[in-house]
Design a protein around this ligand. Sequence first.
Ligand SMILES: Nc1nc2c(c(=O)[nH]1)N[C@H]1C(S)=C(S)[C@@H](COP(=O)(O)O)O[C@H]1N2
Ligand SMILES: [Mo]
Length: 475
Amino acid sequence: MCRAAVFQLDATYRAVGASPPPELGNIRSAPREETRRDPWEELPFGSPAGVWRSLARLRPAGVHRNRMWRSPLRGPWLTSVLGAVLLVTLPLVTITGLLSYIAYGPRFGQAFPREVGWLRLPAFDWPTSPAWLYVLNQGTHVILGLVLIPVVLAKLWSVVPKLFEWPPARSPAKVLERLALLLLVGGVLFEIVTGVLNIQYDYVFGFSFYTAHYYGAWVFIAGFVVHVALKIPRMLAALRSRSPCSVLRTTRAETRPEPLDSTGLVAAEPAAPTMSRRGALGLVGAGSLLLGVLSIGQVVGGPARRAALLLPRGRSYGSGPNDFQVNRTAEAARIDPADTGESWRLVLRSRNGATRFSRRELLGMPQHTATLPIACVEGWATTQRWSGVRLRELAVLVGVPDPTWARVSSIETVGAFRAATLQSNQVLDPDALLALRVNDVDLAMDHGYPARVIVPALPGVHNTKWVRDIEFGSD
Ligand SMILES: Nc1nc2c(c(=O)[nH]1)N[C@H]1C(S)=C(S)[C@@H](COP(=O)(O)O)O[C@H]1N2
Ligand SMILES: [Mo]
C-alpha cells in the first residue's frame, strides 16, 4: 500500500470516529523503504543503453507486461495464421486500389489526387477487354477489403499485448520496427475507416476521400513491406510449429496455450480457454462471410442485390427496362429538362471545327448494341443492353479517324464527374458507344437521356451522362 493511501485510510477511520486498526499504524511507522539504486543510474547521460534503461523505469501506471492479456489462444501460431491470410490477401486489395487509380487516367489529369510527386504510378492504357475488368477490379478491392476487416481485427487482437510492452523498444533496430508497425496499423485502420465511410455515405469527409485514401495506401504499403520482411522467418517457423489439422481437431477443453517464448504473445498467466482455436478461426471466418454476403450482391446483381446492405449506393431505380440502379439522379445533378428536349444538340468538335446533331439524326445513324457493365469505383456494378452510335464513327464525322483522346462533357454544371477524357482504345473499341437507348427503350432521364457514354471496362465515373459535347483529338 502506498503512503498516500495509508494516510487517506487513516483519515477516514478518524473521520468516522473509529480508531485505525493497529496494522495501519504499523505500516505508517514502518521505516521508509530505502530507494533501490539501479545500476544504470551510473551510466553517462545520453548513452543509448542508459536511455533504454531509463525508459524501462518510466513505465506508466497500468502497463503490466502480459498481465492483463490472458487468453490462452494468443501465441505465434495464431498470429501467424492470421498474418499468412493477410499476407496473401492485403496485396490484392492494395494492387486493385492502385490499378483503379491508373484506370482513372492520371495522364489526363483526371485521377485523384492529380499531382502525386514521386509517388507517381507507371501509366498504361487501361484495357477495354474483358469488358468486366473494372467490375472484377473494384469488386475485389471493395468486397475483399470489407471481408478482411474481421481478419485484421483478429490479427490486431492477437498481438495487442505487444502494444503494452515496456519499454516500447529495446534498441534502435526495435524503434524502426515499431515505427513500421505504426505505419502499418495506422495505415490499415485509416484505409478501412475512409473506405467504409466512402461506400456508405456521400462525402462525409472534410478532405478529399481519394487523396486521403491514396496517401494512406502508401503509408500502409511502407509499413507492410518492412513488417513482412522482418517477420516472415518467424511466421514460417510458427506455422510449422503445429499442424492445422491437429488444431482443427482440438476441442475447447483440450486447448492449451502455446509454449511461453520470447515473442511476448503468449500469456504468462493464461486463463482457462473460453473457446478453441478452431472456434476462434471459425468466428473470424463467419464474420468475414457475413460481410461478404452483405455486400457481394452489388457486384453479381440479380436478387442478391437486395441483400447487399453494406453497399447502399445506387438504391434508387428507374422503371420498366430502365429499372436499374441510379447513383446520381437528373434532379441531383440539377439537369434542366428544357436542356434535354427537342432543342438538345450533340456537339462534335475537332481541330476541323464543330458539328451539331439532333437526337433524331443520331438515331438515323447505324445503331450498335452491346451488353456492357457499368462498374462504380465504390464496388457496385450493373450490366445492361445498350444501343447507340459507335464513338469511333462519331470521330470520323469530324475528320479524326485515329483519335488519341476524346473529351466528353455533360450538360451538368455542378458535379465533379461532368466531364471525362477517354483514351484512344476507349474511343476505338467497337463496343464503345454514345448510348441513346437501353434494353430497347429510350434512356430514362436518370440514366443520362438524351445520350450517355458506355465503354467496355471503363471506370463507371467516366461513363458520362447527359452528354452535350465530345471533342476528338489526335495530338
Ligand atoms: N454527368 C454525369 N455523369 C455521370 C456521373 C455524374 O455524376 N454526372 N456519375 C458517374 C458515376 S460515378 C457512375 S458510377 C456512373 C453510373 O452512375 P449512375 O448510377 O448515376 O448512372 O455514371 C457516371 N456518369
Ligand atoms: Mo461511380
